[in-house]
Design a protein around this ligand. Sequence first.
Ligand SMILES: Nc1ncnc2c1ncn2[C@@H]1O[C@H](COP(=O)(O)OP(=O)(O)OP(=O)(O)O)[C@@H](O)[C@H]1O
Ligand SMILES: [Mg+2]
Length: 510
Amino acid sequence: MGNSKEYAVQMKDITIRFGSYCALNNVRLDVEKGSVHAILGENGAGKTTLMNILYGLYQKDSGEICLYGKKEEIKNPGMAIAKGIGMVHQHFMLVENFTVTQNIILGMETVKGAGMLDMKRARKEVEDIVEKYGLQVDPDAVISDISVGMQQRVEILKALYRGAEILILDEPTAVLTPQEIDELIRIMKNLIADGKTIIIITHKLKEIKKSADYCTIIRRGEYIDTVAVKDVSQEELASMMVGRKVRLEVEKKEADPGEVIFEVSGVNVKDERGVAVLRDLSFKVRSGEIYGIAGVDGNGQKELVEVITNLRKADSGTVKIHGKEIQNTTTRNTMDSGISTIHEDRQKRGIIPDFTVADNVVLDNFTSGKFSPKGILDRKAIGEAAESLLKEYDVRPDNCKDLLIRGLSGGNQQKVIIGREIANDPDLLIAVQPTRGLDVGAIEYVHRTLIRERDKGKAILLISLELDEVLGLADTIGVIYNGSINVVLDRKEANEENIGLLMAGGTLHE
Ligand SMILES: Nc1ncnc2c1ncn2[C@@H]1O[C@H](COP(=O)(O)OP(=O)(O)OP(=O)(O)O)[C@@H](O)[C@H]1O
Ligand SMILES: [Mg+2]
């Protein structure tokens, strides 16, 4: 008794420094074989770092790793894979124009007789794994043609094909739709039933409750606790993680909307293949209102934002702010007309990774008189603006303005972008998936900030795949389906059921 537990992974007193910064300080992790073990912590807490150490991507400064009770040195990912550890990173690493099978066997091709590649056997093995765990992946599909959810399953498949018994998933659900998340949880259950062990990093407490047996909490590089998930509430998990009480519900007073200041009317767009992606799409946003667009990914959200921000031409229709048409002009014109955008893809549109944090803070307006009087960059002014923004948004680590932004954790990069766009003081703020990848404490802060901007009389267009987020924040909800918004509901008429139904293309009966 007591000692009968078998641990697949034990990490003891793990410490790692990046320069003078201690990212993990004596952190431990005990993962029972055959369990789902969640790791929870704020942005920058060190979750990914801990897993990168387990996977051999980073070398610990001190501490010990045991697998199935035996001490191991894991010097590189090759060694981790050989010991049965697989890792699915948040940014997938697949070759876009290869098929699923080609991606999976890449680097470990089964060879037949005289050095010939035995594709047939490899394909069969892949098919068997797909079948066994209900992965629902077509081995012959080309990566660029399949959804993000399926690409993720390919990454899982790849790890399993290499013999993974311990699977690390780093924020696997950040990029998934609610349907895909349920699918992933089902697959995780199949893997566990087969005796595998899963370590999952996620910020979504609801998912931890749904899928995990244990949860280890780390805060600012320190070990806090490990709990049995069934014994704790979501609120308790949140406060352990942040170190204070967190309100998971958004607190706000009733909206007091004014005039319509932003209007999209009858916009039609065809994509490169001539398929209609926006169809006669119309909606209006008033000042002092959060207009939420709910929808399953791929129903025109991306194209809509591209049209508004002038990254794409509309075939017909208008986009007006304060009555002035801005469609089919330039991105600069969108910005100069009083529109700021928190883009979905922060790596591509939000930041320049090799610039410092400070330079990223002034990215949109470093040519302004404020930051370059007489045409010369005023480093001091830029530094001060950056410092105050970083402080306000609690961007970590402290004093990071001169670091390259690529070194910041994903969530902290997002805080920089949000702060910058709000600092532009726009009339319309477009927030696309603004809290993707953020921890609950940061989400609370971003939500409060959006409400605060609303209450100042700004118009806010929120586009989110998280139904909870739309329901929590929006005053008016438009459901986008197949490139159109056909139903608009007041928040009071909306609930998870009716919006969910509309998102899936259903209709409401009176
Ligand atoms: N290669 C690196 N060089 C310098 N600093 C690093 C490096 N990798 C991580 N860090 C720092 O270590 C800390 C922990 O980062 P990590 O990516 O592990 O956070 P996280 O808990 O995964 O956060 P998030 O939820 O935002 O993904 C951060 O402050 C980060 O800036
Ligand atoms: Mg991380």
